[in-house]
Design a protein around this ligand. Structure first.
Ligand code: CUA
Length: 160
């Protein structure tokens, strides 16, 4: 079968691009630990902030230590705040975030970690990060969610 020279070059270039993209995907997931967040479970956004839902607990009770150094936090996003807005854990903690929204689409990104997730009404996103370096890690909403979107932020405080 005859394939024109330029068409053949184009095919090679397309295949080479695919290889590059697959390589980038492999490096980001294996070398940098970036995982694609998927819906961990479904919830009803109308009742998600009401007990017995874990997002219905008072904000200060939504960070729980499951075993030494192993935490989970139920983080609720709503216009225009996160609760809890401050999460304090000791150095070396492994924290699993369960994130959902009770109104519109929000985002949740913690600086200098692999936590970057959508907060969607009706869906729970789950990601885990380990905080080995003490300090303050800012998190922000990175999906435009209305007039006060820019005021929607908080901090993970990692203590010595
Ligand atoms: Cu919430 Cu932007």
């Amino acid at each position: 079968m005859h394939i024109d020279r330029y068409e053949r070059l184009f095919l090679y270039a397309a295949v080479a691009l695919l290889v590059v993209f697959m390589g980038a995907l492999a490096v980001s997931s294996f070398a940098f630990g970036i995982r694609v967040p998927t819906a961990y479970e479904r919830v009803d956004p109308r009742t998600v902030a009401t007990p017995p839902s874990p997002w219905g607990l008072p904000a200060e009770e939504r960070l729980r230590e499951l075993s030494p150094g192993n935490y989970e936090v139920y983080l609720l996003a709503q216009m225009w705040q996160f609760s809890p807005a401050t999460i304090t854990v000791p150095r070396g903690s492994r924290v699993t975030f369960y994130v959902t929204s009770r109104d519109v689409q929000h985002g949740f990104k913690i600086a200098n970690t692999n936590i970057n997730i959508m907060a969607l009404p009706g869906e729970v996103g789950r990601l885990t990060a380990t905080f080995d370096t003490p300090g303050t890690y800012d998190f922000v909403c990175h999906e435009y969610c209305g007039a006060l979107h820019h005021t929607m932020f908080g901090q993970v405080v990692v203590e010595e």
